[in-house]
Design a protein around this ligand. Sequence first.
Ligand code: HEC
Length: 134
Amino acid sequence: MKGIYAPLLLSTILVASCGQPDQPEPETPTSPASTAPASTGPSAAMISDGRAIAEANCASCHAIGTTGDSPRTDAPAFRVIMRDVNPEALSDDFREGIHVGATDMPDFDLGPRGTDAIVEYLKSIQVSVPAERQ
Ligand code: HEC
């Protein structure tokens, strides 16, 4: 399971570093809500809900954004958290109330929608962005 995103990380880096600045890219997905077909992936609203959940519940320990260090040094930054956990497993754990993280990391009952939102938010900020989000 570890390393499952390594190829994606690689392709992300390649995509990110091989931009062609003099060729405008009209389909750059700056706004997933308006460009992504409904059937592929989460909505922008779901991701922003997930961010709000993270701000309210997780930011006291974890760095929840794309930069910065975690307030708790032993809590991994969210932008790299999927090096440690796979999104499906994390989603199942939150949904089923299985304890996640350190013994003193609180348990959260986020509900199915909240779970989807936080997991999609986490996926959206990974340094290795899942392919369907590019
Ligand atoms: C009280 C501090 C605290 C809060 C609040 C907190 N965490 Fe954590 N979390 C930790 C620590 C510390 C670890 C590292 C524990 C470990 O891996 O042993 C951790 C680890 C994790 C992991 C990795 C688990 C693994 O198996 O490697 C995930 C995912 C995670 N947290 C998600 C969340 C989410 C999502 C929230 C908010 C809903 C949250 N955490 C809130 C302290 C916290």
